[in-house]
Design a protein around this ligand. Structure first.
Ligand code: C2E
Ligand code: MG
Ligand code: MG
Length: 519
């Protein structure tokens, strides 16, 4: 407590005390009333000139006549605790990597910004940006480089806005900007927001220097305008996010404003998602089988194609739900049901002499195949059902393998070692590079039906179909023509060396029981 020279002064009146007027005001009444006080926290300059936090408790001293003579008290150094508190604050509200506000602080500030706009009758804008193909940077250059790029991107965005605006990182490669104090008229406010968005686009299009190498990256940007506390912050964020996805759909490296039509299609998507989820639970998905035949029309096996027997909508085809199932991850559950059903079908056929040699091909989505447990899962289902792995074929697409070729090859080899076969579906529509095709442990190529359709009329398609057949032969692979609808197409393909066919000419996809032995 106060030393002799400062008798009569309280600690916070000593030179070197850093007590704000607000703190002092709150405390003064207590002192004037000569009350006991506990844990009054304040800063002082320490001997080395650094601020020190102290917590002071005191009790009044009265002389024999009950006259107040001063305070007796205890001061504790709480600098360490204060430092820890500040650190916890930082961790709770700021992103470790970039030092920018995190989602929690963003939402808080967004609420405040919206309320401020409402009071001052101006507009605000929420910009949601996501780096295009950022995963590639991480995958090819490593996470450390990815981190460097994110830090630089964060700084660039912050440099594009006023210091009163907020730039936050939501996580991953997603950043959000809150612009405040935009024009009162919406059209003009939108122009202002667009100018900032353009500036951000321009800045993020500049090459990055990542640990000595030049890296190019682009962002996609979604903008949602606001002028009041409605809609709530969380929903506003979803709007900007939706607009960002629209920008991605428009080819990336661009911006897009939110409009209510997006909301409508997003609601439709989430309704469908819930519907698929329920359909999976109620086992509404079933398989139809389409025959694959040889040159004599003898059935060699079938491709399993999933159908949704919807209680209200009737039969729903994969074009209406596979993409969303992939996007939401529900494909993992759906794929498991498909695999299970196909294996059970193989077991059923294994007791029929005319059908026991048939193979079943199932379609595998990128998301399923990339799952770390995929190989084990397939092997488990094979074992549980007792299906012969040699009669199961997995149809993969080129894009699926492109992403991480090494991982793909490892998984294929592991399954192949147990007898499972592999087919490359829709061949010719992807980025097929010969060099990587040679390395894949495949059994079969399927010529995409897009080429088969016009094989008799479009010389270009005919040339592609023939090249695929030649290519398959030179790699020692089987080749199947998909979507064969006419005898003319069949003959042309046959003449050019194709010996396996699938298409309406031989049979439409249908229930397993309807699959005839010969077409
Ligand atoms: P895909 O694997 O290329 O399957 C061939 C598609 O062509 C099927 O459409 C089939 O009904 C159709 N098709 C067969 N023959 C002909 C023909 O002669 N002419 C014409 N115009 N079309 C023919 P579907 O059943 O609508 O399936 C579409 C796509 O959905 C499939 O293309 C496949 O990529 C995907 N898919 C189907 N089932 C599954 C599944 O269980 N899992 C996953 N991940 N995808 C699936
Ligand atoms: Mg297929
Ligand atoms: Mg196909």
């Amino acid at each position: 407590m106060p030393d002799k020279g400062h008798q009569g002064l309280t600690l916070w009146e000593l030179p070197g005390s850093i007590v704000s007027e607000a703190q002092w005001r709150a405390h003064r009444a207590q002192l004037q009333a000569h009350e006991v006080f506990h844990d009054f926290e304040m800063q002082r300059l320490g001997a080395d000139g650094e601020p020190v936090w102290v917590s002071v408790s005191g009790e009044p001293i009265f002389d024999g006549e009950g006259r107040f003579t001063g305070y007796r008290g205890l001061a504790r150094n709480i600098t360490e605790r204060k430092r820890a508190e500040a650190e916890i604050q930082r961790l709770a509200f700021f992103d470790e990597l970039t030092g920018l506000p995190n989602r929690r602080l963003l939402l808080e500030r967004l609420e405040r910004a919206a309320a401020a706009c409402e009071r001052s009758a101006c507009h605000g804008a929420l910009l949601f940006l996501d780096l295009d193909n950022f995963k590639n940077v991480n995958d090819t250059l490593g996470h450390e480089s990815g981190d460097h790029l994110l830090q630089q991107a964060g700084r660039r965005v912050a440099d594009c806005v006023r210091s009163t605006d907020t730039v936050a990182r939501l996580g991953g490669d997603e950043f959000v900007v809150i612009l405040q104090g935009l024009h009162a008229r919406e059209a003009e406010a939108a122009v202002e927001a667009e100018l900032v968005a353009q500036k951000i686009l321009r800045e993020l299009n500049q090459p990055y220097d990542v640990q000595g190498s030049e890296v190019h990256s682009t962002p996609s940007l979604g903008i949602a305008m606001f002028r009041s506390a409605q809609p709530p912050a969380q929903e506003l964020l979803q709007r900007a996010d939706l607009a960002m996805y629209q920008a991605k759909a428009q080819g990336r490296n661009t911006m897009c404003f939110f409009d209510p039509a997006m909301q409508a299609s997003a609601s439709a998507r989430s309704a469908l998602e819930a519907d698929i989820r329920q359909g999976l639970q109620r086992r509404e998905f079933l398989l139809h089988y389409q025959p694959v035949v040889d040159v004599h029309g003898t059935v060699l096996g079938a491709e399993a194609l999933v159908r949704w027997e919807h209680p209200q909508r009737g039969m729903v085809y994969p074009g209406d739900f596979i993409a969303l199932a992939e996007h939401t991850g529900l494909i993992l559950q759906l794929g498991r049901q498909v695999l299970q059903a196909a294996c059970e079908q193989l077991v059923r056929w294994s007791t029929e002499p005319t059908r026991q040699a048939w193979t079943i091909a199932i379609n595998v989505s990128t998301r399923e195949f990339r799952h770390p447990d995929y190989v084990q899962e397939v092997l488990d289902v094979l074992r549980q059902t007792g299906a012969d792995p040699h009669q199961l074929k997995l149809e993969l697409t080129e894009s699926l393998l492109l992403h991480d070729v090494e991982d793909g090859i490892t998984k294929m080899q592991a399954l192949r070692a147990q007898g499972v076969g592999f087919s490359l579906d829709d061949f010719g529509t992807g980025y097929s590079s010969l060099s990587y095709l040679k390395r894949l442990p495949l059994d079969q190529l399927k010529i995409d039906q897009g080429f088969v359709r016009d094989v008799l009329t479009d010389p270009n398609d005919a040339a592609i179909a023939c090249t695929v057949i030649t290519l398959a032969h030179s790699l020692g692979l089987e080749v199947v023509a998909e979507g064969v609808e006419s005898q003319g197409q069949r003959k042309f393909l046959l003449r050019n060396g194709c010996q396996r066919f699938q298409g309406y000419l031989f049979g439409r996809p249908g229930p397993a029981e309807l699959l005839a032995v010969h077409r």
